[in-house]
Write a protein that binds this ligand. Structure first.
Ligand code: B16
Ligand code: MG
Length: 217
């Protein structure tokens, strides 16, 4: 069967988690909420709205919708300011060779991200043209671990979910791929991502033989 490869964005292609962290930290500081790098792990793969709720829960802060909307706007403005100077140097090591190899092999490639800022990031890093389909936070109603984002991507590529291979750095994203009956590949710590079918610390550990085998399976 023809396969398709679906990439998560934050934490898989680029390390934007650090920018999300800086931006959320400003909001947390304003609210006197202790927000550490460890807390930031909870926000990976999670939507912007849900991320704010998690931070407010951490600080046991109750807020009106008006305040929440204000902080969500502030957070995104600040986050966008970190993206202004973004370029191809921010693509994580090992990702570009894999993208190139898949393209050479004629494999369909999609993006499946919770972020509403996915397109400008792909543009700035110069890899937009590698993607045959882009599904992001603007296209989905159900956040990961709901498989919606990946199912839409498979559909756009005309591929059965069973034939889709998903690269993910978040627990919620690995679960979404598994629930969607896709092949999940965790990028990151094996302790955190143990539910994934395959796990690599990063893309430099993924060689072309492994990809060839996935294509043939
Ligand atoms: P935005 P991914 C996710 O992207 C991030 O992991 C998560 O931390 C972020 O809150 C979410 O996107 C929404 O991002 O505020 O840009 O819409 O990992 O699914 O590519
Ligand atoms: Mg991610």
């Amino acid at each position: 069967n023809k396969k398709a490869f679906i990439f998560d964005l934050d934490g898989v292609i680029v390390d934007t988690a650090k920018y999300h962290y800086l931006a959320w930290q400003k909001i947390a500081n304003e609210l006197n909420i202790d927000f550490t790098l460890e807390h930031n792990e909870l926000l990976k793969g999670v939507s912007r709205v849900r991320s704010l709720d998690i931070i407010l829960e951490l600080g046991k802060v109750e807020a009106s919708q008006e305040d929440k909307d204000k902080w969500l706007f502030q957070k995104n403005e600040d986050y966008l300011s970190y993206l202004v100077d973004m370029n191809e140097s921010e693509i994580l090591q090992g990702v570009f060779p894999v993208l190139k190899f898949l393209k050479e092999k004629g494999q369909p490639i999609a993006l499946g991200s919770a972020s509403k800022n996915a397109r400008p990031i792909l543009e700035k890093t110069g890899i937009l043209s590698y993607f045959d389909a882009i599904v992001d936070g603007n296209d989905v109603t159900n956040a990961k671990p709901d498989p919606e984002v990946f199912l839409i991507a498979a559909k756009l590529l005309n591929i059965n979910p069973e034939d889709a291979i998903v690269f993910e750095d978040s627990v919620a994203g690995v679960q979404a791929a598994n629930i969607g009956k896709m092949t999940s590949i965790g990028i990151g710590s094996a302790t955190v991502l143990h539910e994934a079918k395959y796990i690599f610390n990063n893309f430099t550990e993924i060689d072309t033989n492994f990809i060839e085998d996935l294509i043939k399976e």
